[in-house]
Design a protein around this ligand. Structure first.
Ligand code: PGA
Length: 255
């Protein structure tokens, strides 16, 4: 497997943080911190900050993403946001299936698949999150579970569309806990995700897909995690809210 065949992507997942005013301030600090990146840099912000983020990031190397998207095109879905609405704003990326959506908002593998397909059809790039809970890891079903999540999320997604798909492996027990997977654990699961992609789409497609690790990645551990052959980038929560930490992670992915 050749890492040079795919793009390293560092994406911030701001979660429910920052007002639009605060977002503008953070982006002002992020622009100089990541300007020399030799990897793709993405910030996924709350819906309310997207207009500000797109405006501020114009002419910079920062790409803007949303944290969720609904699968219907339009209609009576109070409180939801469609893929076309995001595209119209100039948003490029969207996260689907984050474990917090699965845990707190009844997201299932089936709705993750619907969201991914709707987003891809609208021309968005999709970051599909998969990952096991602590209980599942202890039960020894991590690989099977992540394989299943990946396969269901990609049902009906074509090989051509895979150019716009990123998979983020995020062990639930490592998110926001300060407890990071070891680089060997991250590598093992990221490699098994690439193996599933190979079974579904063939080696060539699988080698081109960016597989990220997420879960307490920070300025101190990014180097080690990103040194692994199948860890092509990171989905960063807490550390993406600090310009200097995010800049250090981006620099680690640029080596
Ligand atoms: P964390 O979040 O970096 O704060 O653990 C990662 C994520 O949830 O994407």
């Amino acid at each position: 497997m050749d890492k040079a065949k795919r793009k390293a992507i560092i994406a911030g997942n701001w979660k429910m943080n920052k007002t639009a005013t605060e977002a503008a301030e953070l982006i002002d600090a992020l622009i100089p911190a990541v300007k020399d990146a030799d990897c793709e840099v993405v910030i996924c912000t709350p819906f309310t900050s997207l207009v500000t983020a797109v405006e501020k990031c114009k002419g910079t190397n920062i790409h803007v993403g949303a944290e969720n998207v609904h699968f219907e095109k339009s209609g009576a879905y109070t409180g939801e946001i469609s893929a076309d609405m995001l595209v119209d704003l100039g948003v490029e990326y969207v996260i689907v299936g984050h474990s917090e959506r699965r845990q707190y908002f009844a997201e299932t593998d089936v709705t993750v698949n619907k969201r991914a397909r709707a987003a891809l059809a609208a021309g968005l790039k999709v970051i599909v999150c998969v990952g096991e809970s602590l209980e599942q890891r202890e039960q020894g079903v991590t690989e099977e579970l992540v394989r299943m999540q990946t396969k269901i999320a990609l049902l009906g997604v074509t090989a051509e569309e895979m150019k716009n798909v990123v998979i983020a492996y995020e062990p639930v027990w490592a998110i926001g806990t300060g407890r990071t997977a070891t680089s060997d654990q991250a590598q093992e699961v990221c490699a098994s995700i690439r193996k599933v992609l190979g079974e579904l789409y063939g080696e060539t497609v699988a080698e081109g897909v960016t597989v990220q690790y997420g879960g307490s990645m920070n300025a101190g551990n990014a180097d080690e995690l990103l040194s692994k052959p199948d860890v092509d980038g990171g989905l960063i929560g807490g550390a993406s809210l600090k310009a200097d930490a995010f800049g250090t992670i981006v620099a680690a992915a640029s080596k």
